[in-house]
Design a protein around this ligand. Structure first.
Ligand code: GAR
Length: 320
């Protein structure tokens, strides 16, 4: 899989940015840093990024509308070819337009164990509350401040005599471990068989009267009763020497199968054993899988083996 391109937004020292940047240079990291951008021209992290040969960009937000400044930052990220925007101590609330057009593609790190202590002064609030631990959270950015889906967290013990400054220092050490790992898992999820199986499972089990049943050691999905159901999909994780993670679905004929494989070899393959009986492999560990397309295949395959009493209902519903 090609590496995900990330633009990192900072407002300050940029130690998390540095942790991400050096992680990106280790073997097998699934992301590369294409830009470091800031709303502060003097942000310390910009100099480091420059010295490391990364493109940088700075534009002060002063005197600008929020959405207008976001648009300037967004343009810089787009020009750099970013797939993701990664906030690392970027102390700006983002406008609704910006957040919704990058839904699922903006990631943030926050210095508390969310949902505790959203906003500012997190360390002071944790100490004053007498908490045993502070920590950090990597999460997706949504419109509501510090409230998007949590990707990963790490706890940091609060020790007697801790001040907000001493705790912040240790939390940063923890953040530097957490952020590269959580970001790698998130941007690399498209080649993670467990993530891909979950997606297939969700789509397959949405169809009427379906259940999961293992077949030859792999997850499979059947339609009909537990007793007499028929398989309409099989999940393959690099089976029989293939490099693909794939879902196998039924085509209408061998001609159709062969033509799909020949004309779209990046999407389809003829799987070992199953191919002989008309099952085609839809490759899932490739960039930008269209899950609606996978869902259509599952539905079609379901339809081809489902009992009449189920397909009749669906076909009748489709006429309206
Ligand atoms: C980090 O602790 C980060 O969690 C926090 O700012 C610090 C930036 O440090 N972010 C927030 O408070 C966001 N609400 P850095 O510039 O050294 O990475």
């Amino acid at each position: 899989m090609p590496k995900a391109k990330v633009a990192i937004f900072i407002s300050g020292g940029g130690t998390n940015m540095a942790a991400l940047l050096y992680a990106s240079r280790l073997p097998d990291c699934p992301f590369e840093v294409v830009l470091v951008a800031s709303n502060k021209e003097g942000a310390g992290g910009l100099k480091l990024a420059e010295a490391e040969g990364i493109s940088t960009f700075a534009h002060s937000h002063k005197g600008m509308e929020r959405a207008e400044h976001d648009a300037v930052m967004e343009r810089a990220a787009q020009d750099a070819g970013a797939d993701y925007i990664v906030l690392a101590g970027y102390m700006r609330i983002l406008s609704q337009e910006f957040v919704s057009s990058w839904a699922g593609k903006i990631i943030n790190i926050h210095p508390s164990l969310l949902p505790k202590y959203k906003g500012l002064d997190t360390h002071m609030r944790a100490i004053e509350a007498g908490d045993s631990h502070g920590g950090a959270t990597v999460h997706l950015v949504t419109q509501e401040l510090d409230s998007g889906a949590i990707l990963e967290q790490v706890k940091v013990a609060i020790v007697p005599g801790d001040t907000p400054v001493s705790l912040a220092e240790r939390v940063k050490l923890a953040e530097h471990q957490l952020y590269p790992r959580a970001l790698s898992a998130y941007v690399g999820r498209g080649s993670d068989p467990a993530f891909l199986l979950d997606k297939v499972r969700e789509l397959a089990l949405k169809l009427p009267e379906t259940h999961e049943r293992e077949s030859h050691g792999s997850p499979g999905f059947r339609v009909g009763t537990e007793k007499s159901g028929k398989f309409f999909a099989h999940f393959n994780d690099q089976h029989h020497g293939s490099e693909h993670v794939a879902v196998l679905v039924k085509t209408g004929s061998m001609d159709e199968l062969l033509s799909l494989v020949e004309t779209q070899p990046g999407t389809y393959f003829k799987p070992a054993y199953y191919g002989a009986s008309g099952w085609v492999g839809v490759i899932l560990n490739r960039p930008d899988v269209d899950w609606d397309h996978v869902s259509e295949w599952l539905e079609r395959s379901w339809h081809s083996v489902a009992p009449n009493r189920l397909t009749k209902l669906i076909d009748a519903a489709d006429q309206f």
